[in-house]
Design a binder for this molecule. Structure first.
Ligand code: C2E
Ligand code: MG
Ligand code: MG
Ligand code: MG
Length: 292
C-alpha cells in the first residue's frame, strides 16, 4: 500500500518520497541482524585479532605488525571489518570493541616478547569515535600498565577524516597520547582531504601510503604520487610505509624509492597468532640469511 510505503520511506530519513522496495527491506533486515549480533559478539567471544607483518625494506626484518579485527558470527560466518566497523561506529559499540582490540594487541605483543621474538611494534586502528571519547588517554594508559607493554612498541593508526574533525581537539588529544611514549600513524594517507599545513601540525610518526596508489604504477601518475609521499615523509622525518603491496614490481619500486617499510600480501595476509609465529620464523631466517 503506497501510503504506508511513503510513510516508511520518510521514516527512514529520506527527504524524497520513495516506494517500498523489497531490496531496501532486505538491507534494513541485514543491518538489524548485524547490529543485534554485534551487541553480543564481545560476550560471545566471537572476535579475534589477525596480525599482518610489516617489513623493513632495508633489512628484510619484521619490524612491526598491524592488528586487524575479525568477527566469526555464529550464523553469518566471517564478517569483514569493512562491514561491521562502520556499524559499530554508528552505534557507539566501537568504544568497547576498540578497547578489546587494544588490550588484545598489547597482550599479544608482550607474549611475543616473552617468547623470545625480537621486539616489534604493533599498530592498532583507532576510529573517530574513540578519539572523541573523553577517557581515551586514561584507557590507553591503563591498558599499557595492565599488559606491561613498553609504550614505544605501540602505534595507533588514525585517518585523515578523523584528524579533520574538530581539529584543535584532535591535535591536543594526539599530543596527550604521544606523551605516553606511543607512536601515531596516518593510515590510508592520500585518500583524504587534509591540507599539508594541517598534517604538519599533527604529532605523527608514520605515514601509511594508501594501497590505491600502488596500482598501475606503470601508468605514471600513481608512481609519482608514491615517490612524492616518500620524499615528503623523508623531509618531515616521518617513517613511511606502503600498504597493500602485492607484486614484485611494486616491491622493487618501493625499494628503489627508499620507502622505509612495506606491508601486503606479497609478504603475508593478516593471519591468526599461530600462523604468524611460523611466518615470523621464516621471514627472520631469510633476513638473517641475506646478511650472512
Ligand atoms: P586498514 O587499517 O587500512 O587495514 C589494511 C587493510 O588492507 C586490511 O583489510 C588488510 O587485510 C588489507 N590488506 C593488507 N595487505 C593487502 C594487500 O596486499 N592487498 C589488498 N587488497 N589488501 C590488503 P581488513 O583487515 O579487511 O580491514 C579493513 C579496514 O577495517 C581497515 O583498513 C581498518 O580501517 C578497519 N579495521 C580493521 N580492524 C580494525 C580495528 O580493530 N579497529 C578499527 N577501528 N578499524 C579496523
Ligand atoms: Mg590500518
Ligand atoms: Mg590503510
Ligand atoms: Mg582504513
Amino acid at each position: 500500500n503506497s501510503d504506508i510505503a511513503m510513510y516508511r520511506a520518510k521514516e527512514l530519513g529520506r527527504n524524497n518520497y520513495q516506494f517500498y522496495d523489497p531490496e531496501m527491506n532486505e538491507l534494513i533486515n541485514r543491518r538489524a541482524q548485524l547490529e543485534k549480533g554485534l551487541r553480543k559478539a564481545l560476550e560471545l567471544n566471537e572476535f579475534t585479532l589477525y596480525f599482518q607483518p610489516q617489513i623493513n625494506l632495508a633489512t628484510g626484518h619484521i619490524i612491526g605488525n598491524e592488528a586487524l579485527i575479525r568477527w566469526h558470527h555464529g550464523e553469518l560466518s566471517m564478517i569483514s571489518p569493512a562491514d561491521f566497523i562502520p556499524l559499530s561506529e554508528e552505534t557507539g559499540l566501537i568504544v568497547s570493541i576498540g578497547e578489546w582490540v587494544l588490550r588484545k594487541a598489547c597482550e599479544q605483543n608482550v607474549a611475543w616478547q616473552k617468547a623470545g621474538f625480537s621486539p616489534m611494534r604493533v599498530s592498532v586502528n583507532l576510529s573517530a569515535r574513540q578519539i572523541q571519547q573523553k577517557n581515551l588517554v586514561e584507557n590507553v594508559t591503563e591498558i599499557l600498565q595492565q599488559t606491561g607493554l613498553d609504550p614505544q612498541y605501540l602505534e595507533l593508526e588514525i585517518t585523515e577524516s578523523i584528524a579533520m574533525h574538530n581539529e584543535d581537539y584532535v591535535i591536543a588529544k594526539l599530543h596527550a597520547l604521544k606523551k605516553l611514549g606511543i607512536k601515531i600513524a596516518m593510515d590510508d594517507f592520500g585518500t583524504g582531504y587534509s591540507s599539508l599545513s594541517y598534517l604538519n601540525k599533527l604529532p605523527i610518526d608514520t605515514l601509511k601510503i594508501d594501497k590505491s596508489f600502488l596500482s598501475d604504477l606503470k601508468e605514471g601518475l600513481n608512481a609519482e604520487i608514491c615517490s612524492t609521499i616518500i620524499a615528503m615523509a623523508r623531509n618531515m622525518r616521518l617513517t613511511v610505509i606502503a600498504e597493500g603491496v602485492e607484486t614484485e614490481e611494486q616491491l622493487r619500486f618501493l625499494i628503489d624509492q627508499k620507502c622505509d617499510e612495506a606491508q601486503g600480501y606479497i609478504f603475508s595476509k593478516p593471519m591468526p597468532v599461530e600462523e604468524f609465529n611460523l611466518l615470523f620464523r621464516s621471514i627472520e631466517e631469510s633476513a638473517a640469511a641475506k646478511v650472512s
